[in-house]
Design a protein around this ligand. Structure first.
Ligand SMILES: [Zn+2]
Length: 631
């Protein structure tokens, strides 16, 4: 048996077949090696059906559990719950991934709904389990832990469940809150169900017909919320001004309706928080993930104290785009012309491991393995009925899966670095943790992806072949810091102020919302920025205000990612190992504690300051290169 094995070891990997990305081809026309292999998740159609039946049997056993006051019954129930959850996770992921590459396929949709139904049923059972665990008093739980050694494995899970035990109301109170749509206890929270207020907001947006505008050639076009980005970023100022005015003017006409949906959402959040006796909605929502509200307030204060680089960025736009005043629409057109060369996937497979070499040999080895399409992690190229964008997902015990729509552009290389940040986080956490503490909190998720993007950006700047290429990279970096750290924190402060106003009994009228938003925009963008007559109604354009204190984590994610990447570049191995330790930590510790282990304390301003300094350096370098170009 040795010979074939040796042969396999020494045979060079077969060269990858050529493929030109084209979103209009059928899936079957993309060479097989570029499609992911889902068999490690679920072996096939028959196995999927058997898995669903098995999950239903496990749920029945879980429903028939004994009283959890018995230590043995508690250990049995938790064991059964996690076994069922893992199986159900594999089924939902499998069904979801298949749907992502066949969005309009009725069988794929059906499979996905059946898997989601199994998850919903399990979550309902988990709610009952949680209530019983919360009902145990501390002494009873301590006795159970002492008497039943199998319970030791579930300590972190039990501790996390019971962390907010004092917030649980008596059964009648809980019943009423759940009727009111309380979501402060949802176990799986990433795709939380939208509230009726959010649905009303989305419906209003969908019903709103935007005006027609004239494009660059003077031709009339129908503006929509989906093509708005393209016209708002037009190099032709007349076009982008018309587009921005058309969108904001339309929102202005319905501003009272939009104010009513947002006020409804904010008032609901305040009511749910008060029902559980939280002093503010901020504290209630952050407590779900165990985040200290000081982190939120620190982010807002630190960004406010570091607005000078953003003002400088606005001034640079004014100079480069040759404007008298920078208006809302002038924030969107590209600052420099496109100069990057195409990056075919074979090149990405070479560049990415080089760029991420500072993360060490072990990281590099797993990265190379995942990037090699023959290993089945990636679904690389676009085709008909494939989900747009990119994502990474995984389930315990199986390697992660990465969805791409790779089109041989520099942007795609950044996206690849981003998604492999998530994928390797999953891989490292799953490899180091038992199932109970594998995975990671949403709050830290965007750190692993931004560390990779930052390292890639440094590498590309070092190896760029021309000033024009370097300028484009710098311009993208500056824009990313503006949109992810500055803009999201503006939103975060607006969200905070709106809730504080509602908590103080101030009605959230369109006038109040517009005035508050306009004040923030003026402070953020500085003296060279001019607010147009309808610009302050932009708050009505942002769906994220319905996400309930989620937006700030984009800003903390990028600032922490930048701070960590800079530590690794400066200090090498010790900083790298501390960071990898955070990734391997999974859910074994609270997210802020894991982050402190990687050298970042988000209750202090340093991470935001590092990002602000990076923006300063980026602008200085851009100005130098532009001067050299005579610009
Ligand atoms: Zn991401």
């Amino acid at each position: 048996m040795l010979a074939p094995l040796l042969l396999a070891l020494f045979a060079a990997a077969p060269p990858l077949p050529p493929h030109t990305p084209d979103a209009s081809v059928e899936r079957a026309q993309v060479p097989e090696v570029y499609r992911w292999k889902l068999e490690p998740l679920v072996a096939g159609e028959q196995a999927f059906g058997e898995g669903l039946a098995e999950a239903a049997r496990l749920r029945e056993r879980l429903a028939a559990r004994g009283k959890l006051t018995e230590p043995r019954a508690l250990a049995d129930a938790l064991g059964l719950y996690f076994e069922t959850r893992l199986l159900t996770n594999r089924l939902t992921l499998h069904a979801n991934l298949r749907l992502q590459t066949a969005e309009r396929d009725a069988a794929a949709q059906d499979r996905n709904l059946r898997a989601l139904d199994a998850m919903a049923r399990l979550m309902a059972l988990a709610g009952g389990l949680r209530d019983e665990v919360l009902a145990l008093d501390d002494a009873a739980l301590a006795r159970a832990l002492a008497a039943e050694p199998r319970l030791a494995a579930y300590r972190p899970y039990l501790a996390e469940l019971r962390r907010r035990r004092s917030r649980v109301l008596h059964p009648e109170g809980e019943r009423v809150l759940s009727l009111a749509g309380d979501n402060l206890w949802a176990e799986i929270d990433l795709n939380e169900l939208p509230s009726d207020h959010e649905k009303a907001y989305q419906a209003l947006r969908a019903d709103l017909v935007l005006p027609r505008i004239r494009d660059e050639a003077g031709k009339e076009v129908q503006l929509t919320f989906s093509n708005m980005d393209r016209y708002r970023a037009s190099p032709d100022r007349r076009v982008r001004q018309e587009a921005a005015d058309a969108v904001l003017g339309a929102l202005r006409r319905y501003q009272d309706a939009f104010a009513a949906t947002l006020a409804g959402q904010v008032n609901l959040s305040v009511m749910l928080a008060r029902a559980r006796r939280y002093p503010t909605a901020l504290e209630a929502y952050l407590d779900k993930d165990g985040i200290d509200p000081a982190v939120y307030r620190n982010l807002v204060a630190a960004v406010r104290a570091n607005l000078a680089p953003l003002h400088r960025y606005v001034s640079l736009r004014k100079r480069v785009l040759k404007l008298d005043r920078v208006r809302y629409c002038d924030l969107y057109p590209p600052l420099v012309r496109e100069a990057s060369r195409p990056v075919p996937f074979a090149e990405a497979m070479r560049i990415l491991p080089e760029a991420l070499a500072p993360l060490g040999p072990e990281y590099g080895k797993v990265l190379r393995q995942g990037l090699d399409p023959s290993h089945g992690w990636i679904d690389l190229y676009p085709h008909r009925d494939k989900a747009s964008g990119a994502s990474s997902s995984g389930v315990y015990g199986v390697h992660p899966f990465v969805l791409m729509n790779y089109q041989d552009e520099l942007d795609d290389l950044s996206t690849l670095a981003h998604e492999f940040g998530h994928a390797l986080h999953t891989w490292l956490s799953n490899g180091a943790q038992p199932y109970v503490t594998a995975g990671y909190a949403p709050f830290v998720a965007e750190i692993a992806s931004t560390v990779n993007e930052k390292l890639l950006s440094e590498h590309l700047l070092r190896t760029a072949r021309s000033d024009a290429e370097r300028l484009q990279l710098l311009s993208e970096l500056a824009n990313k810091i503006r949109t992810t750290i500055y803009r999201q924190t503006l939103f975060a402060e607006f969200e905070l102020r709106a809730h504080a106003a509602a908590e103080a009994g101030t009605p959230l009228t369109a006038a109040w919302l517009g005035h508050t938003y306009g004040e923030l925009v003026r402070a953020w963008y500085g003296p060279d920025f001019e607010l147009g007559p309808d610009d302050e109604v932009e708050w009505a354009l942002i769906p994220h205000f319905y996400y309930k204190y989620y937006m700030f984590s984009y800003a903390t994610g990028l600032s922490a990612g930048i701070a960590i990447a800079e530590r690794i570049e400066k200090q090498g191995a010790p900083a790298r190992d501390a960071y990898l330790g955070m990734l391997r930590g999974g859910m074994s510790k609270p997210p802020l504690e894991l982050l402190r282990g990687a050298g970042v304390d988000l209750s202090r301003p340093e991470a935001v300051e590092a990002a602000a300094r990076l923006l300063e350096r980026t602008l200085t370098e851009m100005e130098r290169l532009l001067a050299r170009q005579g610009g």
